[in-house]
Design a protein around this ligand. Structure first.
Ligand code: UD1
Length: 421
């Protein structure tokens, strides 16, 4: 196991390049199972979640090659049974269900693990597959899915009590590509990663329209073929670096290879705090104000403020003057970063799905524990700003989703090192 030791106080300057999106790569890699032809996926980030996904694909029987961000998958033969020992490590393995059911008419998928961010059910995924004609049974920790009479497209309302579901929309879209007739997904997730998957599916010969809106239409086709695709930039990694620059005193940082249109809610919030943000093509530059003020955020489905940026923005509010309010409507329990930030001196009161931050407090380095992917990123950001040294334990959480985060931050002037424990 490794820990990260950060010495606070350095400014971030220069340029950081954003990697390809983890959350796009995972369902797109799963979608390569929909054809026996070769697929080439470019800019897949080298993080442990994509590594787990490639391990799952090879254990299912696909040939997988990876060389510097390019992944080549050929799934001539595919088994319907996903391995528990890998699936338990990553919740996104749930998106194997759609492609397996479409390609083989059956799937045994171990119930997923992943980030500990509260209750994360998959009822909407299962309901959607049932509506297409699948029979679903949950037994011995596995979801066992069979399709006795083929998948038949229909109109399905995928809205849940917490809004739309990203991977649920992905699963249904993938299953519907090879179904008979047309599937209409009402209440679909409109996240950029859903659009990226739809683009890839269309390159494979699928007929998906409306991705990026709440109503997606999938006209089933007889078969799909191989395709090449470059995944979109990781908006959450990019947003994390934008917030890092707003945290670290004296920063003037250019974040390159990002899609600012995927980050509007984050950029608007940073501007509301007083930071100067300049968007120019694929680059966004943050010039930190020395008198930042807090504001309020409320997470929601895209294009609202992303829940995956909530922890990082909470850390920023800790060092911004005034009272800030953070409401997470997507994952109401996602506040594991709060007690760790408190250890560093943050003043935060939690009330249900809301955190109230009394900003402008000095942070001091402390030993802290990474608890999930984005909460760990928030601790790294707080450590950049804190006086003295912060030790972030359980670094594997952050390596699940950030490609070489320490190297990238060091290249911009941050002071940190990894140590084995
Ligand atoms: C994806 C992202 C994750 C992000 C989340 C919300 C990937 C790999 N992960 O996760 O980083 O935080 O979107 O933007 O892309 N829900 C149900 N029933 C279901 C499914 C979901 O009630 O069957 C609820 C969830 O508990 C949550 C909300 O719906 O409250 C949204 O979750 P969902 O969009 O499904 O998250 P993921 O797709 O798993």
């Amino acid at each position: 196991m490794e820990k990260l030791i950060v010495t606070g106080g350095a400014s971030l300057t220069g340029t950081i390049n954003v990697s390809g999106s983890k959350n796009s790569s995972l369902p797109i890699l799963a979608a390569t199972l929909l054809t026996e032809d070769q697929c080439v996926i470019r800019r897949v980030p080298d993080v442990s979640d994509t590594n787990y996904m490639l391990q799952i694909l090879s254990q299912l029987g696909a040939e997988v090659e990876r060389a510097s961000g390019n992944v080549v998958v050929t799934a001539k033969e595919v088994s319907h049974e996903t391995p528990y020992d890998i699936v338990r490590k990553m919740r996104a393995s749930v998106c194997m269900m759609g492609p397996l059911v479409a390609r083989l008419g059956r799937a045994n998928v171990s119930l997923p693990g992943g980030c500990v961010i509260g209750d994360r059910p998959i009822d909407l995924h299962l309901r959607a597959l049932k509506e297409l004609g699948a029979e679903v049974e949950v037994k011995g920790g596995y979801v066992i899915i069979r399709v006795p009479h083929g998948l038949q497209g229909k109109e399905i309302n995928l809205r849940g009590k917490f809004g739309s579901t990203v991977l649920g929309t992905d699963n249904l879209m993938m299953a519907a590509t090879l179904s008979k007739g047309t599937t209409i997904i009402e209440g679909a997730a409109a996240e950029p990663e859903v659009v990226d998957l739809a683009d890839f599916l269309n390159k494979m010969g699928a007929k998906v329209s409306g991705a990026g809106t709440r109503r997606v239409e999938v006209e089933g086709v007889g078969e799909l073929h191989g395709a090449e695709h470059t995944v979109i930039p990781d908006r959450i990694e990019a947003g994390t670096f934008l917030v890092a620059a707003a945290m670290a005193a004296g920063s003037n940082l250019r974040v390159h290879r990002l899609r600012a249109d995927h980050l509007t809610a984050v950029i608007d919030t940073l501007r509301a705090c007083g930071h100067e943000i300049e968007v120019s093509g694929e680059s966004t530059t943050v010039r930190r104000t020395e008198s930042p003020r807090g504001t309020r955020i409320r997470t929601g489905p895209f294009p609202e403020f992303p829940t995956d940026m909530q922890a990082q923005m909470t850390a920023l509010f800790v060092v911004s003057d005034g009272i800030s309010t953070v409401v997470d409507t997507v994952f109401p329990e996602r506040f594991m970063h709060v007690p760790e930030l408190q250890r560093m001196g943050a003043v935060i009161e939690r009330q249900g799905n809301t955190a109230i931050v009394e900003g402008g407090q000095p942070l001091t380095g402390a030993p802290v524990m990474a608890s999930d992917l984005r909460a760990s990123a928030a601790l790294v950001l707080a450590a950049l700003r804190a006086e003295g040294e912060t030790q972030i334990n359980r670094l594997y959480h952050i390596d699940r989703g950030y490609e070489h985060i320490d190297e990238k931050l060091i290249s911009a002037g941050a002071v940190m090192r990894r140590e084995r424990v």
